[in-house]
Design a protein. Structure first.
Ligand code: FAD
Length: 383
């Protein structure tokens, strides 16, 4: 892998960095307090092509490789994980999955709107009773003529109240576990679908997270994404790439933690000199710096493997596991560098720590990533 970025990759990173500095950083704390990102950000992300990265241009995407996608995701994550998550879900989990599994008609119907930001997508896998054990989900889709009628509920759905389309997973067969699951593209305004915002999150407070209730939601049979009974494969293929995107967002958090710690250590004085002169403060900063580099390299490796058409799922779990734990450590270390000031929201360290904390939970907890990596190395499934 060549670690030198191409001119195109440098340009897209610069674009994302300038956008983040101008449109996100000045507002992130305010959005966090208000528990809502300004929705106008979606159109701005779409206008720059950030919601269509890696999606073919013929479907309204902006093309580009996965390293470019990772670079943009890191920059957005450096500014505000709540904004980064909008892109990771609508593009990473929904549009990219649709591009990979969709029929021509499905792609034409949804991709141009998703890529432009005119529409947003959300990913409905988790249910109140099934998180890590997603293969046991109970939402059911029953065939009635040339339609399916779907009933059940979904929990913790990012973009849930904002989305125009739900990539929804439901049981269509009687086979136990993941074999009876199919994927559907469900318009969010379908009769019988109601959405309720989940409030009081520790972090990602600006992001719209929702509970979905489906009561006899009718969709045409043509709304099924991928073959019947293959919904779990659709979900796992989405999450394998999604974990790279979460990892990139975590690199952004860790980088923001490093920037904040270095800047504070240079200006805060104790014992007659800037605290950067104290060796134990330097140790905190060095630990953050190592975490940033290691997490970034693991994440770039995944992008490189995908772009070269090589297997990447275990490497993606590895990057997500390491980067998410690293982001929590880095944010906590940055808070320590700030002393008591790190504990109030005038400084960014506290928000970084709150936002980082969910990264070890969603798209597969750290324990689940370890089981996936362990299975790949030993050939033994612990599930
Ligand atoms: P559980 O599965 O109940 O796990 C509880 C604990 O048990 C964890 O520590 C877990 O690691 C451990 N555990 C479980 N099974 C095992 C095992 N076999 N071995 C060892 N330990 C185990 N879901 C979506 O579908 N779409 C979204 O857009 C989405 N966005 C989210 C946004 C937020 C802010 C949050 C908090 C969650 C989101 N989720 C989403 C759900 C998320 O993916 C789940 O919360 C996650 O998969 C964990 O499931 P759970 O919360 O039910 O925890």
């Amino acid at each position: 892998m060549n670690l030198e970025l191409s001119e195109e990759q440098e340009a897209v990173r610069r674009l994302a960095r300038e956008f983040t500095e101008r449109e996100i950083v000045p507002y992130a704390a305010e959005w966090d307090r208000a528990e809502s990102v300004d929705r106008a950000i979606v159109k701005k992300l779409g206008d720059l092509g950030f919601l269509g990265l890696t999606v073919p241009e013929e479907y309204g995407g902006s093309g580009g490789d996965h390293l470019a996608y990772v670079l943009v995701t890191e920059e957005l994550g450096r500014g505000d994980s709540a904004v980064r998550g909008i892109v990771s879900v609508s593009l990473g989990l929904v549009a990219k999955t649709l591009a990979a599994w969709g029929t021509e008609e499905q792609k034409r119907a949804w991709l141009p709107r998703l890529c432009s930001g005119e529409a947003l997508g959300c990913f409905g896998l988790t249910e109140p009773g099934t998180g890590s054990d997603a293969g046991s989900l109970t939402t059911r889709a029953v065939r009635e003529g040339d339609a399916y009628v779907i009933s059940g509920s979904k929990m913790f759905i990012t973009n849930g109240t904002w989305a125009d389309v739900v990539l929804l997973f439901a049981r269509t067969g009687d086979e136990p576990g993941h074999r009876g699951i199919s994927a559907f593209l469900v318009p969010a305004d379908a009769p019988g679908l109601t959405r309720r915002e989940v409030h009081g999150k520790l972090g990602l407070r600006g992001q719209a997270t929702a509970e979905l209730a489906l009561d006899g939601v009718r969709v045409p049979a043509s709304a099924m994404l991928g073959p019947e009974g293959k919904g779990f494969s659709v979900a796992m293929s989405a999450l394998a790439k999604g974990r790279m995107s979460v990892a990139a967002g975590c690199v952004g958090i860790a980088q923001a933690a490093l920037d904040a710690a270095v800047s504070y250590a240079a200006q805060r004085e104790q014992f007659g000199k800037p605290i950067a002169h104290h060796q134990l403060v330097q140790e905190l900063i060095a630990d953050i710096s190592v975490d940033v580099d290691a997490a970034r390299l693991l994440t770039w490796r995944v992008a490189d493997l995908i772009d070269r058409g090589r297997p990447f799922a275990t490497e993606s779990s590895t990057a997500k596991l390491f980067a998410s734990e690293a982001a929590v450590r880095a944010a906590s270390n940055a808070l320590q560098v700030h002393g008591g000031y790190g504990y109030i929201d005038e400084y960014p360290a506290g928000k970084l720590l709150r936002d980082a904390r969910v990264m070890t939970l969603y798209e597969g907890t750290s324990q689940i990533q370890k089981l996936l990596i362990g299975r790949a190395r030993t050939g033994v499934s612990a599930f």
